[in-house]
Design a protein around this ligand. Structure first.
Ligand SMILES: Cc1cc2nc3c(=O)[nH]c(=O)nc-3n(C[C@H](O)[C@H](O)[C@H](O)COP(=O)(O)OP(=O)(O)OC[C@H]3O[C@@H](n4cnc5c(N)ncnc54)[C@H](O)[C@@H]3O)c2cc1C
Length: 509
């Protein structure tokens, strides 16, 4: 067995294109690719069967690409250190390669154990970055430029590799139930793998992006108008840089007359920037996965957990049609557009007064694209515990009137409402009894009654949050959080003259 063997450990980067770790490993010696099914990580409460099946599909696709180049992925089932030891015993590798990962506390602990094992064995562990996220970032100043520089460096082609035949046979895939994963998978979820990711990217760039700007916020239109690239990004079937560069090429091809589509693609590019901007927050402050970013909000909701309200939300029984329709769609497809995700968290955090952490764990399992850095940062932002954002409270009745005015979305996902007349569709609990009888939909029997009075519960929740925000010590801590996590945006004209620095702190984090 070659002594300069390079072990490439695939994690959330299930591709060989624009794969920095693979390229660098291939330049150093013969390569073996490894994927680990780690029981401890799959037992985390964020994990769901749909994620596991998606990963399997990605790896099957990857196997095909590797086989065409004379390679394969060695699949092992077990904890990382034990499995690395198992490989090392039969194929002593000189170096371990994997992309940097911004995961949860469990993957961080796993990485620390692997680092210790590598040190003890004298094995170099190289971890290049795959996103615009910077490890041990001293300050957010200059971050935007670093992001742009990375995105504009040419994407890497698949390198010529000398693959070795795995020294041991792969383990069989453990059954999802053996990993403690639930038995549900959304019947309409997206399929994993690079080929599906490329097809999704192509259809977005060449067709669907025409509808991006107009359809982004509508629960009905977004399903087609949004890129739908999120699960391919969060599992790494495509690199962010490939997507960025393909979008720039498409923008350059479009005629000036395609102004609307160009604006859509530019808006899409800014989302790609947000992707790393949000993950950077978790990288910089890993605790935000489980504790309030602004500690002044500790104790606000923690001690008032109401399981019955949470169950009603999860089971699409809140009684608010748009909320229940969104939960139903999510459970069926594994996806929801940004605005409806924000609305669900807002409803949970304000009128239902639920703490964001259990809500976030449930949503992580429901979202096929679960990405810890984006997810937990967004959860806290929508729940109002970052301390630096204006309170975002989405009224589900107003959202329904604005984004589903004809009720097509609500009727699609909640068949019981199909017979409810338009007048009462978004507030069916106000239907007079004779109308209920005539349309055959009895409130409290065929459809749920709202679990709380929306207006009153929202008002009380806002008052409690605002009372806290007004406190001097809470106000004081804001600046530090903004300095650490806020994006820097260049300001111009009058505002620049008024600001002390050319880089005005963008408080909207
Ligand atoms: C409470 C909450 C939780 C969320 N959890 C996740 C998550 O776990 N994983 C995830 O990928 N996105 C998450 N998002 C962000 C966003 O809703 C999804 O990225 C988006 O809906 C995915 O669909 P798309 O790929 O078609 O999006 P597009 O609009 O086409 O955007 C393209 C890509 O840009 C990035 N992006 C888009 N919006 C945001 C945003 N607001 N913040 C950061 N990055 C963004 C994503 O990588 C996305 O795939 C969350 C949003 C909220 C409000």
């Amino acid at each position: 067995m070659s002594t300069d063997l390079q072990l490439v450990w695939l994690k959330r980067d299930l591709r060989i294109h624009d794969h920095t770790a693979l390229c660098q490993a291939a330049a150093a010696g013969p390569v073996l690719c490894l994927y680990l099914v780690e029981p401890t990580l799959w037992a985390e409460p964020e994990c769901a069967r749909q994620h596991y099946l998606f990963v399997q599909e990605c790896l099957m696709d990857l196997q095909r690409s590797l086989a065409a180049r004379g390679g394969t992925v060695l699949l092992l089932h077990g904890e990382a250190v034990a499995m690395l030891e198992r490989v090392h015993r039969v194929a002593p590798f000189a170096a371990l390669w994997s992309h940097q990962e911004t995961g949860n506390a469990a993957s961080f602990a796993r990485d620390k154990a692997v680092a210790a094992w590598c040190r003890a064995k004298g094995i170099a562990w190289h971890q290049p970055r795959q996103f615009g996220v910077v490890r041990a970032l001293p300050s957010r100043d200059g971050w935007e430029k670093q992001w742009r520089d990375l995105m504009e460096t040419p994407a890497l082609p698949v390198p010529p590799c000398r693959f070795i035949t795995p020294p041991i046979a792969s383990d069989p895939w453990p059954a999802p139930s053996a990993l403690g994963l639930d038995d549900w998978t959304p019947p309409l979820r997206q399929v994993g793998g690079r080929r599906a990711g490329i097809a999704t990217l192509d259809s977005f760039l060449h067709d669907r992006s025409r509808r991006y700007r107009g359809g982004l916020s509508s629960p009905l239109l977004a399903e087609d108008a949004c890129s739908r690239l999120s699960p391919y990004l969060s599992h790494g079937c495509l690199s962010l840089r490939e997507i960025y560069q393909a979008t720039c090429r498409r923008l350059a091809q479009l005629e000036p007359a395609a102004q609307w589509q160009k604006q859509g693609l530019r808006a899409f590019l800014s989302r790609l920037h947000w992707h790393c901007h949000f993950i950077q927050k978790l990288e910089t402050e890993p605790e935000l996965e489980w504790r309030n970013l602004h500690r002044g909000y500790d104790g606000l909701r923690e001690n008032e957990w109401d399981e019955a309200r949470f169950a009603a939300l999860r089971e699409a029984r809140t009684g608010w049609p748009l909320v229940d329709a969104c939960v139903t769609m999510l459970h069926t497809t594994g996806w929801l557009n940004f605005r409806m995700r924000a609305m669900l968290v807002s409803v949970a955090a304000y009128p239902l007064w639920l703490h964001w952490r259990p809500v976030g764990l449930w949503l992580a399992r429901e979202f096929l694209d679960y990405e810890p850095g984006i997810h937990w940062s967004q959860l806290q932002m929508q729940a109002g515990t970052t301390g630096i954002n204006t309170t975002r409270v989405y009224n589900p009745l107003k959202q329904a009137r604005d984004h589903d005015p004809e009720g097509r979305f609500v009727r699609r996902w909640l068949p019981a409402l199909r017979r409810v007349p338009d007048t009462w569709l978004f507030e069916p609990w106000n239907m007079p009894e004779d109308v209920q009888r005539r349309c055959g939909v009895i409130v409290g029997v065929d459809i749920p009654r709202p679990i709380v009075d929306l207006e009153q519960a929202t008002r009380q929740a806002k008052e409690r949050v605002h009372a806290l925000r007004r406190k001097a010590d809470v106000r004081l801590a804001k600046a530090e959080i903004a300095e650490k996590h806020g994006s820097r945006k260049r300001t111009s004209g009058k505002r620049r003259a008024n600001s002390q620095s050319q880089h005005q702190m963008h408080l909207d984090w």
